[in-house]
Design a protein around this ligand. Structure first.
Ligand code: A5A
Ligand code: ZN
Length: 478
């Protein structure tokens, strides 16, 4: 059941005050309830959960083509967790430990997975024998736990990540694994396109790659306040974990070889990006594909009320039979209050039907982006499909225009400083680690890394002055 009650006492601050707007919207639109008494852990409202389910259905659809969904245990024995040195270094400060079973101390402590490499790879060792077992591609959607010390934020920086989608793949060669990283980036790109959310793709600098990885590619979304949010990462793991866990296969010549691996992940940050990219001063704005309610019908109960209601019920029936998620609002509220309520919930298409519409054989359709029009009753279903597509385009174009306005090419540290306060600076960078660290220090922003799949002209590194085609994105990161 979707609870459509909007808390009467709430007032949404303007989106310009992004942080206040975001927190209030999550509550008022009933996405997550942040009042759970453990920091960094929130409760999904049924309405928010429905958005999550629809959104993750897209990820599943994109991965199920050639991955198997699976599920591994939450708890990881200390000895397995502690095997991979680089990985431990990256995560040990963030791990929650289970030390007791009831009143007795455990012989082997158990880690709550912060991510599942160390749970999955000992099993990969058992599963993978020969080249015929490769490639192996699995994923799971689970909760993970990270004792984050930075400021926690609902959906963005959690201590319990409830919707951690992690994929893990095994391949014969390093090159095949590198290709898989590209596939992962493409699938994630398609995922965000379907949500009408623009993103940047970059290769993280070496000091910011995943612990244990050869390299990391990431997708970042520019939030309304100009800060970026990392909303997906794909890691080339090489044979680092294969060595540690002894994961080998027999090649066609009978030789034992280490596998090459990748992993890639997405969390409920995708919902944070969705809410933030499209929402406005009236509330949520949801793409049609993920909206728990795609169409809301508001009967205008004037004149022959019975006739209006009967027609509205007929419309609901017809729309629902077309497998569209529809709600007929017959509550006692005034039409204005109902509009407000369904706008807050981000319903993409609203249909209003009153006595005048009946006479003319039309319904009034209001799109969540503000466009209103009359459509003939007998053209209703095709019109809904068409308007949903137009709305999708309009959301995407608006979001792209915003994102484009937030990225600027600069040439000096001074310019980068100014731009990183507004959004993302594209800065000339020779690629050296030393210049990278200087850039971060002097600009006072994070380096997202080299933009991928783009060519640039020669320019002078903003630190050392050396000419190269290298660039890096720099921004204040969430
Ligand atoms: N095993 C790999 C996939 C992994 O753990 N990668 S990761 O550490 O980069 O996490 C994957 C994604 O989860 C990140 O790109 C980020 O979008 C999200 N994420 C990481 N920490 C998070 C947190 N504390 N709260 C919410 N999302 C988080
Ligand atoms: Zn340099």
């Amino acid at each position: 059941m979707i609870d459509s009650k909007v808390q009467a006492d709430s007032k949404l601050p303007p989106k310009e005050n992004f942080s206040e707007w975001y927190h209030e919207l999550l509550k008022t639109a009933e996405i997550v309830d942040n009042r759970y008494p453990v920091k960094g852990m929130a409760v999904w409202f049924p309405f928010g959960f429905a958005i999550r389910r629809n959104t993750y259905a897209i990820i599943r659809e994109l991965l199920d083509v050639d991955h198997y969904e699976t599920q591994f245990p939450l708890l990881i024995p200390e000895d397995e967790f502690m095997k991979e040195a680089q990985h431990i270094k990256g995560f040990e400060d963030e791990v929650y430990w289970v030390t007791n079973g009831g009143t007795s101390p455990l012989e082997v402590k158990l880690a709550l997975r912060p991510t599942s490499e160390t749970a999955i790879y000992p099993m990969f060792k058992l599963w993978i024998r020969s080249h015929a077992d490769l490639p192996l591609k699995v994923y799971q959607i689970v909760n993970t736990f990270r004792y984050e010390t930075k400021h926690t934020r609902p959906l963005i920086r959690l201590r319990e990540i409830t919707s951690f989608k992690e994929a893990h793949t095994a391949h014969e060669t390093w090159e095949e694994a590198a290709e898989q990283v590209e596939v992962a980036v493409q699938r994630y790109s398609e995922f965000y396109r379907r949500l009408a959310i623009p993103f940047l793709i970059s290769k993280r600098p070496s000091w910011d790659k995943f612990p244990g990885a050869d390299y990391t590619k990431a997708l970042d979304v520019i939030m309304p306040d100009g800060r970026t949010l990392q909303v997906g990462t794909a890691h080339h793991l090489g044979s680092t974990f294969a060595k540690t866990y002894g994961i080998a296969y027999e090649d066609p010549n009978g030789e034992q070889k280490l596998i090459n691996q990748t992993c890639y992940g997405i969390s409920e940050r995708c919902i944070a990006a969705l809410v933030s990219a499209h929402g406005d001063n009236k509330g949520l704005v949801l793409p049609y594909a993920v909206a728990p309610i795609q169409v809301a019908i508001i009967p205008i109960l004037l004149g022959d009320k019975e006739k209006v209601l009967e027609t509205a019920r007929g419309l609901r029936q017809k729309i629902s039979e077309a497998k569209i998620r529809v709600e007929l609002d017959t509550s006692d509220e005034r039409p204005g209050a109902k509009y407000y309520k369904w706008e807050m919930k981000g319903v993409p298409l609203r249909l209003e039907i009153g006595p005048k519409d009946l006479q003319k054989g039309v319904v009034t359709l209001a799109r969540r982006d503000g466009i209103k029009k009359q459509i003939p009753m007998d053209d209703l279903l095709p019109s809904l499909v068409r308007e949903a597509e137009v709305l999708q385009e309009s959301l995407y174009n608006k979001a792209k225009a915003f994102a484009a306005s937030k990225v600027k090419e600069v040439s000096t540290v001074e310019e980068a400083k100014v731009q990183a306060n507004e959004g993302v600076a594209l800065v000339p960078w020779c690629g050296s680690v030393e210049c990278g660290h200087h850039l971060e220090d002097q600009v006072g922003a994070n380096m997202l890394g080299e933009p991928q799949y783009q060519e640039f002209s020669q320019a002078k590194c903003a630190i050392c002055g050396k000419e190269s085609k290298g660039r890096t994105y720099m921004a204040r990161q969430y």
